[in-house]
Design a protein around this ligand. Sequence first.
Ligand SMILES: Nc1ncnc2c1ncn2[C@@H]1O[C@H](COP(=O)(O)OP(=O)(O)OP(=O)(O)O)[C@@H](O)[C@H]1O
Length: 125
Amino acid sequence: MVEKTEQRELRGIDLQTGIFTLTQIKVATKNFDPSNKLGEGGFGAVYKGLLSDGTIIAVKQLSSKSKQGAREFVNEIGMMSALRHPNLVRLYGCCVEGNQMSLIYEYMENNCLSRALLGAVNFKY
Ligand SMILES: Nc1ncnc2c1ncn2[C@@H]1O[C@H](COP(=O)(O)OP(=O)(O)OP(=O)(O)O)[C@@H](O)[C@H]1O
């Protein structure tokens, strides 16, 4: 089964990142409420969420069970969890439960891209 293979691979990665439960993600996104939907990307829908500690997150859901999607998803976790850079959005962790796979990122306002790229000091609207 696809999920089992991917879960085994995930365990093999020395994750520098956290594991979230599906319950935590559902609470944070109000059960993936459509009003929290930020957009749609290569992996599927992206939702805004609020963790119990007040951290705002962006949850990327892997929508289908497509083998290629799951493969890229595992690659992204492995790569992003190892990277820390001020110009890269931070990966907080992932959630792999049943056939649900999600990536949990630092939430970034759209209009903050220029700020992120130029740096807060040089940034002017
Ligand atoms: N960290 C984030 N903070 C806030 N919004 C986000 C974040 N990540 C994604 N989004 C929103 O979700 C949408 C889809 O993002 P995603 O990164 O999945 O797709 P993409 O970069 O457009 O495409 P692809 O996955 O094919 O590279 C974005 O256009 C953005 O509106």
